[in-house]
Design a protein around this ligand. Structure first.
Ligand code: FES
Length: 189
């Protein structure tokens, strides 16, 4: 906790507004000065499970993403402090790996493959159809917080182009008029 207080002092320079978990998703750029103690304790508990060294950064980021669905700024600040690193290094690591998200996501991310085989088979049209159906742009969260539509590179299912992933589930031969069925599977889950 000492390290935390040191970081809070250096980053926030005083008591700023505090995030309240009840108010919803934590903004991506919320630093240590704007999140509530519960959030800080959540990330500290994750970090308690790892040795305080740079090799712990990636597994800690994975756990943070499992908890929040993305990597909030305050978590990167804590990881930098507790893993004997810098914010620049943790941010660089987070942004390097495409599986880490720097913005809040919906409960389910619909990943439309836009690799060559899927592109040729109409991935752009499939992606547009998902966005139209959900009334969002790419990477936006639907109003009910359920979905985000993203693009991914080849997911190794080229013979099924256009391929779409939701969680661990892969859908093949997806066509623009077939997106409703996929959406319905997750709408109330
Ligand atoms: S290009 Fe889409 S799965 Fe390979």
């Amino acid at each position: 906790m000492e390290a935390l207080e040191r970081v809070q002092r250096s980053v926030q320079g005083g008591d700023g507004p505090r995030h309240d978990r009840e108010s919803g998703v934590i903004p991506a750029d919320a630093g240590l000065d704007s999140v509530c103690d519960d959030e800080i304790e959540t990330v500290e508990a994750i970090l308690d499970g790892y040795p305080a060294r740079t090799e712990s950064i990636i597994p800690a980021l994975q756990d943070v993403q499992d908890e929040y669905g993305y990597i909030p700024r305050f978590a990167m600040e804590l990881i930098a402090s507790e893993c004997d690193s810098t914010m620049a290094h943790v941010y660089g690591t987070t942004s390097f790996y495409s599986q880490f998200y720097l913005e809040p996501r919906g409960d389910h991310t619909i990943k439309v493959c836009t690799g060559t085989a899927c592109h040729v088979q109409g991935a752009d049209e499939v992606s547009e159809s998902f966005c139209d159906e959900l009334d969002v742009d790419l990477e936006e969260i639907t109003e009910d917080g359920t979905f985000t539509v993203s693009h991914v590179r080849c997911i190794g299912a080229c013979s099924l182009a256009v391929a779409v992933m939701v969680g661990d589930e892969v859908y093949g031969d997806v066509e623009p008029d077939g997106v409703d069925d996929i959406i319905e599977e997750y709408r109330d889950s």
